[in-house]
Design a protein around this ligand. Sequence first.
Ligand code: XMP
Length: 517
Amino acid sequence: MANNLYKQKILILDFGSQYTQLIARRIREAKVYCEIHPFNMSLQKIQAFSPKGIILSGGPASIYDQDAPLADPEVLNLGVPIFGICYGMQIITHMLGGEVAKASNREYGSASISFKDATIFQGLNKNEELRVWMSHGDRINRIPDGFRILASSENSPVAAMADLEKGFFGVQFHPEVVHTPDGPAILKNFLFRVCGCQATWTMSSFADRTINQLRDIIGHDRVICGLSGGVDSSVTAVLLHKAIGDQLSCIFVDNGLLREGEAQEVMELFQKHYTMNLHLVDASELFLNNLNDVKDPEKKRKIIGRDFINVFEKKARELGSAKYLAQGTLYPDVIESVSFKGPSATIKSHHNVGGLPEVMELELIEPLKELFKDEVRAVGRELNLPGKLLVRHPFPGPGLAIRIMGKVTKKRLGVLRAADIIVFEEIMAAGLYEEVWQSFAVLLPIKTVGVMGDERTYENVVAVRIVDSLDAMTANWSRVPYEVLEKISSRIINNVPGVNRVVYDISSKPPSTIEWE
Ligand code: XMP
């Protein structure tokens, strides 16, 4: 099966919708491989990609905009089924001679549609209205020749249309978002009934195939991998270890900014359990010295990023000549760099191992670069990684330094670690750990007055941040039960010296961010 894995490919042309990644996820969940490419992908490249079907995503533009993004019209002559979503549907209409009407106002939110023709609605109940999510300005006034209307809503007479002969479909709503409960069924009808795909994209076939491929590519050369204890680098390391065993050397840098017990846990798992070549570099003194007196968040991030590269590089050179550097890059990072997006302001400079390959003149190996986070977790399960590691919350590269507002000192790190582990334990005990996206403590640089017994206290404030999110692009503060918050608060105040007040962060992203710095 493994070599059959990529035969069933769907191409998603991205017109800039905030939901494009969701389309890809829904298709992958249906066990069909797909890739997102910019809307202006050349015809030659599309042909070389050889998709079984093409999806045109939504997008913020209007077909009437001066430089409205358009696909190569020849896309419609490839003999490949096409599914246009929202703006994608308007493009199909526009290119095939139908009429798109300029909207005077937007339709945004939940709507009900009724469908007349089964086709992509097969398996759904015709007598019931379907709930769908609309987010569009323009709408279809006249469908192109050869098309028929499949579904309508009150506001959108053409909520879905098709040219059944050519296998062209268009929907005005967004089947990829959760607010369209039957969206996955509609997309599956397109994949399996229209395009003739088979559900062969599974994570066990991915793991086998990747391990074989890594073996072929690497041969007898050596690979260096930075291990952080997070899901991505752990899965990368285990795939490589299975492929090349002792030719892999992992480096784990203790920057002194880790959570309680983290360094020991990583060493025990990977060195003892997996018997990997794992080298711990305790560089905490260096990082803390260089952070001395630094308060500015961006400065902290830059210093930590720079120190990490220096420490990692030094250790890698000590270990001898490697040809490759392995990184746990995921698909969303790849899409970010290829997609149709304007330059956006740097909100925070993210610290990962960026910069290392150039500095060290190494070739990059990125075995996870086609996967979404949930797929990486599934690969990890296939590889029998401990469940605890796979469900771990994301932890930023600069570690606790960006959760201590102001100066980072050993003492303040100690206070934050003690508070943070209480948040972790209580969220675990309440069975919420896997429900929420992240939960952690933040140490604030202000003191407030309290009373303990008969004594006045004047101590620090800890903020608790717990958020729900799907991808960290947006997030909502979690509606954690008061009882859980109460326990967190009283345990921190009673047990962590130096803290006499706990506050709960009720800000969403945007406009706030998840981390405080
Ligand atoms: P923000 O604070 O930008 O964070 O809302 C979004 C997600 O990214 C994580 N994060 C980082 N991850 N290196 C990382 O690997 C970093 O420098 C970094 N900064 C933030 C953050 O924990 C959240 O999940």
